[in-house]
Design a protein around this ligand. Structure first.
Ligand code: TRP
Length: 338
């Protein structure tokens, strides 16, 4: 019964290869506690990934790896629905209906569309422009109240709210109007090479980010090479606005070790950057190693992963079908007699 009153949360991640330490600390890790509070659906949004060129075999591999990673990071398939977007066909069907109320002008203004158009100038396809409508469909299909995302997705959730309100106004109350759930901690992990920019998996400089699949040596090497600050206070491990490099490393250290920033500053007082960076590496490794081991174990158990995905898609479909049927009826489509 308690199940019935829980509010719903929905989030998705694209299976585009690398997941960074920033994604983990800023997003995925914060989803684990949400499972107690909300009825959660976590989706691997494979259809979204097709908006930029993919190698089919790699997309398949990345999709399964991401599913295993979600579980290794603490998403519990007994509590949450974990599923693949393309397994629930209602996502694209609702996207079409939402397309008919979305304006070209508002999609054209989306920051991510503009960025990606610049980055993939040879492939500005309709899907890239339509991306936020498919995302709105993901969320609205499940009548989700909350959408845990990073700051970069806030604009898309706002568009989702606009579309929900527009549909509700035109066809009567149908969709829950969702809200972003921004995580307080860790949402601002920066690049190791350019500590004023976000840590991003699409950074052409691989030393800028730590990928959750990096091995121990790579993690150590990347952290040793991390940019620190050459101010008058050189070699002083202190969190401050004029020391973006060191502050970022302190954030990472604090989140990975559970030590407060102040405590960490005390711990590394007078120790110099070399010692500090090695300690950051140890803290990161202690978090990532068990996740990597569990992900590997899960990938060796295909039968289990398939069962999880089937259960997740079954649960998701059940909700999605209801919403889509309601939407089809409201816009004037005649239900098929079965
Ligand atoms: N656009 C999101 C991103 O790139 C991924 C995504 C797709 C998503 N559909 C979603 C996130 C629905 C939250 C809810 O990160």
């Amino acid at each position: 019964m308690a199940e019935e009153v829980k509010k719903r949360a929905f989030s998705g991640v694209q299976p585009t290869g690398k997941v960074t330490l920033g994604n983990y600390l800023g997003a995925i890790r914060n989803w684990t506690p949400l499972q107690e509070q909300y009825d959660c659906l976590f989706c691997v949004v494979d259809l979204h990934s097709l908006t930029v060129a993919q190698v089919p075999a790699e997309l398949r591999k990345n999709t399964l790896e991401l599913v295993a990673l979600y579980i290794a990071c603490g998403i519990d398939p007994e509590k949450s629905a974990l599923f693949i977007q393309s397994h629930v066909h209602e996502h694209t069907e609702l996207a079409w209906i939402l397309d008919t109320i979305a304006y070209v002008g508002e999609l054209n203004r989306m920051t991510q569309f503009k960025d990606k158009s610049r980055k993939h100038a040879d492939n500005i396809n309709m899907g890239l422009m339509n991306y936020p409508v498919l995302m709105a469909s993901d969320i609205l299909l499940y009548q989700a109240q909350y959408v845990p995302v990073g700051k970069d997705q806030v604009q898309h959730v706002e568009l989702t709210r606009d579309l929900a309100e527009r549909f509700n106004a035109r066809y009567s109350d149908t969709f829950v109007v969702p809200e972003c759930l921004l995580s307080k901690s860790g949402s601002s992990i920066k690049s190791l090479q350019e500590p004023t920019a976000k840590m991003s998996k699409s950074d052409p400089n691989e030393n800028g980010y730590i990928s959750l699949s990096d091995d121990i040596d790579t993690i150590r090497r990347k952290l040793r090479r991390a940019v620190t600050d050459s101010d008058t206070d050189a070699h002083c491990v202190r969190h401050s606005a004029d020391k973006p490099g060191v502050s970022n490393l302190l954030n990472i250290y604090s989140l990975c070790s559970g030590t407060s920033i102040a405590e960490a500053e005390r711990l590394f007082e007078g120790k110099g950057y070399g010692v500090f960076k090695d300690a950051v590496a140890d803290a990161v490794i202690s978090v990532l190693q068990p996740i990597q081991a569990e992900q590997k174990r899960l990938l060796g158990d295909k039968a289990y992963l398939e069962a999880v995905l089937k259960r997740g898609a079954d649960k998701a479909s059940c909700i999605a079908q209801k919403t889509l049927a309601k939407v089809y009826r409201k816009v004037g489509l005649i239900p098929q007699i079965r």
